[in-house]
Design a protein around this ligand. Sequence first.
Ligand code: M6R
Length: 618
Amino acid sequence: MCGIVGYVGEKKASPILINGLQKLEYRGYDSAGIATIENGKLSIVKNKGRVSNLNSMPETEKSMGTVGIAHTRWATHGIPSKENSHPHYDNSNTFAVVHNGIIENYNEIREFLKSKGYVFYSQTDTETIPNLIHYYYTLDNDNDSEEKFLKAVNSATKDFIGSYAIEVISYLFPDITIVARKDSPLVIGSGINENYIASDIPAILGYTNKFYLLDNNEYAIISKDTINFYDISLNNIKKEIEIIDWDSTAADKNGFDTYMLKEINEQPTAIRETIYSRIPMKNNKFEKCNFQDLGFTKEYLSKISSIYIIACGTAMHAGLCAKTMIEKLCRIPVTVDIASEFRYRDPIISEKTLCIFVSQSGETADTIAALKLAKSHKATTLAITNVIGSSVTREADYSIYTHAGPEIAVASTKAYTSQVALLACTAIYFAEILETSDTNTLDTLKNDLLHLSEKIEEILSRSNEIKEFADKVYEQTDMFFIGRGSDYNVALEGSLKLKEISYIHSEAYAAGELKHGPIALIEDGITVIGILTDKDLAPKTVSNIQEVITRGANTLIVTNQELSTDNYDSVIKIPDTNSLISPILSVVPLQLLSYYISMNKNLDVDKPRNLAKSVTVE
Ligand code: M6R
């Protein structure tokens, strides 16, 4: 989740590029850079830190080029540093590239290029791109031409597995830039004697409202007066221009009313970027999960007698899903603990304990303190976070990352689903090492994981059904969420979301626990939300829901089961998947429910009262 901008025209490019990047800092802000063509050469200015740092660099002042590309980064491969910042260039300084997305097979491409004599200076996946373009360009014996440049970009992108939106410039072709995309957004803004490129419309909306939206596997050669589009076979294609009428506030949020809604809608991409590289395939068959960054051995994992998952809030709820997965697939006992409790209760941990710390920000004070405690007891510590270089990653023995991009709304959404997805891959990885589950079971789960993004898209396309229910219940003062197994874990997260942003009192209960007390609170008109995605447990939960209906409850059911809809006030049908990972789907209607209720109440969805995004105090 980075931001990219480009300009081809008659004006000095650097101020336009920096202005565009500043509008995209919500996509990433750990480093930034621009490349322009100056007197027949590539000039690259980049550094760690915010975009505003570029303004104070003397090279930016000197830059006079009228063609340029720019990038603001949210680190995925390699720490935030000057070397890892974009633009990246090839060994001969002929091609410069900015990239948004993840090249999943970058290690193989890197090895291939190294065997051809290329040298790498960064830890990024992106540095393979200009070098591979250079490789194909020099392999072709034709004379220099734009067509040859395009062919080289096309050949390189065909080798990539993963997602990309890229902009490429070369001093050989000082008047153009070539762009390409797959599974990462890229738009081209059309002007008079100038054209613009961006990952997101807001970056360039101040200059034009006429846009071409590049689709997957499409390419464009852009000069100041022309934009030529190509398909993957490099046939010329025609695209329609779109007029975008957004006001400036909508533009900051990429057209969404709030960051939270934007982030809910980013979940398909966030999951794709988090897990696709973890689940490699060869010749249509799954290979073992890719966790080279952990490198655990059977000898080491066999010695682990218990696992703790320690986190706060939503991250702790993701941990609860992981407990179910790890216990089922790996047969290792897992305890999920709230960090603020763990740190003060003398937990039983030793060198035979693996402690996993889950934190979106990587800066939560209680989680960091719990991590230090675990280390002092010689436990192995593994951090799962969304922020490279954050405090938990500096403390932990091992770190792995969700690639959800910056989460700005206080209520966590895309971080949660990305955490659950990454934890599922981690559980599979452990099970493969320990040989505690059969290959068929694990392969089926991997297949289900790979289909989650499209299933979330399907749920999002039916958001209006959830809005209708929210419109009916938003004035209520108490609600209940119930479920069993994984569905109970989601009930907890749904209830937290509702409290956080709608200020409605809510409780989550294991459905079978209702009759042990809380059912006394059920009376006419109270809303009970039932989650039913586990076919083995569904009949039991159906009976519990019947018990609350009998006592007058108003029910919303989120399910992938075939239920008789007559019994319930509303049923939200979600796609089927393995019950271990069903929280990733069933939480989406609950996120939307809280969101619409909060909007109906005219509350500040992104910045709810009393809450901070990152809780860095005890
Ligand atoms: O950054 P972290 O994941 O460590 O944050 C943990 C909690 O503070 C966080 O999940 C909080 O519960 C969110 N506001 C939930 O939406």
